[in-house]
Design a protein around this ligand. Sequence first.
Ligand code: C2E
Ligand code: MG
Ligand code: MG
Length: 684
Amino acid sequence: MLTDLPSIHQDIVEQLDYFISTVSTDLRLLTLNPFGRKLCGIAADHDLMQQPLYVHNFHDKENYQFLLNIVFPHVQKHSYWQGSLCFFDQQHNCIPSHLKVLAHRDLAGTIISYTGIAHTQPSLDTKTLDELSKQLFADAIEGIMVTDTQARILKVNPAFTSITGYEAAEVIGKTPAILRSAHHGADFYRQMWQTIEENGYWQGEIWNRKKDLTVYQQWLKISRVLNSDGALSHYLAVFQDLSVIRSKDQQIHQLVNFDRLTRLGNRELLVSRFPQTLAQCRQHKSKLLVCWIDGGQLSDVNQQFGLTCGDQLIQLQAERLQQLIGPEDTLVRIYADDYILLHQTKAGFSQTNKLIGHLLEVLKQPARLGDEVLLPTPHIGVACYPEDGEQEEDLLHAAELAMFAAKEKGSPGLNFYNRQVGADYHRRALIRQKLQAALQTNELQLQLYFQPKVTLSNGSLAGAEALIRWHEPELGTISPADFIPIAEQSSLIIELDRWVVTQLCKQLLCWQQKQLSLPVISFNISARHLVEPDFTSWLLGCLQAYQIPPSALEMEITETALIDNEANAISKLQLLKDNGMRIALDDFGTGYSSLCYLKNMPLDTVKIDRSVVSDLTTNAKALCIIKSIQLLASELQLGLTVEGIENQQQHQILVELGCQQAQGYWYAKPMPAKQMALQLTGSL
Ligand code: C2E
Ligand code: MG
Ligand code: MG
């Protein structure tokens, strides 16, 4: 019966031809069996407790880091690790080994020590080395050529053949002179051989010739091979075809710095060229125009016709721009249909203006994309070094701001940066950010006002328009004419419109409960909101939630809502009209004032803009316009409201013309809901 297992195990460990060592968690050797001691050159009587040895005593820096960073963390997680590792004996001889490391844990599972078990791996014998060399010779991607001491070729490898085009049989016995091009003179070769004789080797770039006579550049290393007596036995030449490597470098350069779609430079190229270009400008005291070019309409094209069409538009824009730029210019596509042009110049303003004007002109040309013909709306912002900035980022920022300012004006255009552009941009950004916060967290800043509309024939209250008001503690009261266009540049306008409609519903519900008799109340919806796919379902859902019948409301939209997607707008307006809501065309007399819209749209009312009315008393043409619109509206059986009546004379003229309804400060300014309630109780 086995009684003393630990001592039996100890005997086995002592006898095994394996390196077995247990180490503490601070990596001090606790035990090392006789085989291990022998292997590492440690005396049999070396007392590990008195003269401690550590794991690091047996490893070079790299291996020790490998143990610390990989092996022990792995053991801590999985309780073992195994793999190949070299360690060093006390004389610093390398011992290749296969090592297995185990962890020992206490009852609580904490690691208390590690045991390493290693068997040494035999070093490569001459036969194996021979085999490996042959394999290496056959598989190397470098060309290899072995010559005798007279430089007569003895052996070449397959890569030699694939690089030079010469089969082994064609070159063996000849000298490498058959590979020479006429590129280098005799001096070059003399020096090369002198270096080989003096240093044992030469390496460098050399032009050689292939069998098909093409001349190419090689990286070549020629070494002297000595026999065991130290005498020259062979020369060994190893070479690479640099043209292949360089064309790969070229491809990588192309991939990294150029845009695949347009072949223009990309952001990386801009980043690397911009500092150089600025340095040249400083040196030559020339100006640098930094143009931020926005091709225009890419997102619409992507949405309506698909990404392939969008790509075609970008390619077309890139081609058009490229025609106008010179070899010294840098033109890159940095994002979507946004391009940056760097143009160095010493020319005056009128000439640079001409160049940018041309850029705008080519981009404005109609773009044929498949069956569609598009009229692009490009915008260009220009910043100039040194006036608008000395650093790359400042100039790019200024050019971008100038482009935004050009964009805000709507139609295609260009804009040169100036301080006002920067200040405007920052104010708009501030308004956008504060309005967002007001809509989300601080609704108390926002209020709904109401402006009465009157029936001109008898002065009675005909309706009211709900208008938003915003008082921001730091910026003060901001006019909707300022913040609505800013909100319209993003989806903020959708949040704003929805806030207004919800507030309006709440207000109407409150007035209904007070049993006030309510005229039709109108509200404004932005073009950007109308195109939202869920617009009608959201609006009708909101009214239903507050039990407001759609017939209690009139929705005011401007022509811009109809321009981009007429069919879609018509169907939405028709659906609302079918539900009983009235539809008014706002601000008529500004913009296009297309008569087609009057004909095609399911409208109830036309609102003449106050800009038409403002000089009604002094300008006979204004009177004519109002008369004509009035006639048109009556023929098309549409209601007519004239906005912006500010005085008795204007009012009188409209009464005499027989216009239906009017709205303006002359009757009442927009007022808070409480005051409007008083009007509704009949005191207007
Ligand atoms: P709008 O829809 O044409 O609204 C009429 C604007 O004319 C209002 O300006 C009103 O205060 C102003 N107004 C009325 N009578 C007179 C007058 O006799 N003289 C003068 N000088 N102005 C008069 P407000 O409230 O500043 O709104 C400007 C524009 O902002 C509105 O033009 C509308 O397009 C937009 N807006 C206002 N509230 C909202 C809203 O809740 N939602 C949306 N989407 N847009 C709104
Ligand atoms: Mg309106
Ligand atoms: Mg209006």
